[in-house]
Design a protein around this ligand. Structure first.
Ligand SMILES: NC(=O)c1ccc[n+]([C@@H]2O[C@H](COP(=O)([O-])OP(=O)(O)OC[C@H]3O[C@@H](n4cnc5c(N)ncnc54)[C@H](OP(=O)(O)O)[C@@H]3O)[C@@H](O)[C@H]2O)c1
Length: 258
């Protein structure tokens, strides 16, 4: 069992995928956790299984739901030591074919809610002189992604924003990390893709949510600015940094058109 330094944790998007895997990974350490998502039945079941888990049902694209979660993150009576901004989704397909209201919700969740909750977390953590902020981004944040244009742009925001916060936090006792997974088997594909994406990529390209969760938790504990699970994705990100942008976006279009 891995020993983690966190005294408490709040995880958004804990009802499935990477968020649920983070809750399960922290479970054996008996760290008190707050789990946030819209599907109450899933959260209640998880809480009963893991123990020491507080359920907070909220839609983070709703102003009042977001305010309730931000208030819980900033609590001084029951401080949150590890904040994980994990809830997010994408919209696959050509930009002009996508539903505008859905794209608005995507930006509201991936960017607005993450920024609001990061602010609540960092403010409270700096006052205490300790804390851990883990923002879930994506390898899609490192290049444009035709047919996932809004999603890649929201994740580019998350990586850039989180790296800036990492530097601002130097010497404050607060650790800030962007977790950038590649393809991970979760409900994401079903929610975001609408295509048979899982069949178009080779099996070796897929990671499990548990692998991604462990890497992210280990890296935020170690105060790494970027956490990229898996040797394949580390190499791809390093390679993409070496390519001209014009080549990168064309390659990305070819990959998305498979
Ligand atoms: N899977 C991948 O290949 C992959 C790769 C890179 C990055 N990521 C990122 O990893 C993160 C987690 O995604 P996942 O792969 O674990 O997908 P997932 O299984 O679909 O989980 C998404 C989570 O977000 C929650 N959520 C969605 N909309 C919400 C809202 N409006 N308010 C509150 N919670 C909401 C969902 O819960 P409810 O539906 O119950 O609200 C669910 O718990 C996302 O930020 C995603 O962009 C995923």
């Amino acid at each position: 069992m891995t020993t983690y330094p966190f005294q408490s944790a709040l995880i958004t998007g804990a009802s499935s995928g990477i968020g649920e895997a983070i809750v399960r990974e922290l479970g054996p350490s008996a760290i008190p956790q707050v789990v946030v998502a819209r599907r109450e039945d899933r959260l209640t079941r998880l809480a009963a299984e893991i123990g020491q888990v507080e359920v907070l049902v909220a839609d983070l694209t709703d102003r009042r739901g977001l305010a309730r979660v931000a208030k819980r993150v900033g609590s001084t009576a029951q401080p949150i030591d590890l904040m994980v901004n994990n809830a997010g989704f994408g919209t696959a397909g050509l930009f002009h074919d996508a539903d505008a209201a859905r794209l608005h919700r995507e930006v509201a969740l991936n960017v607005d809610a993450l920024t609001t909750l990061s602010h609540a977390a960092v403010t409270a953590m700096r006052a205490r002189g300790r804390g851990y902020l883990l923002n879930v981004s994506s390898v899609a944040s490192f290049q444009p992604a035709p047919k996932l244009a809004v999603y890649a742009a929201t994740k580019a925001y998350v990586t850039s924003f989180t790296e800036s916060l990492h530097e601002e936090a130097r010497g404050s006792g607060v650790h800030v990390t962007a977790l950038c997974p590649g393809l991970t088997r979760t409900e994401f594909i079903e929610v975001s893709s609408g295509t048979e994406m899982s069949e178009t990529y080779p099996s070796f390209a897929w990671m499990t949510a548990a692998e991604v969760a462990r890497t992210g938790l280990r890296d935020v504990a170690a105060n790494r600015a970027l956490s990229i699970p898996g040797a394949l994705y580390k190499a791809l990100v390093a390679g993409s940094g070496a390519l001209p942008r014009s080549v990168l976006r064309r390659l990305s279009r070819v990959v998305q058109s498979r």
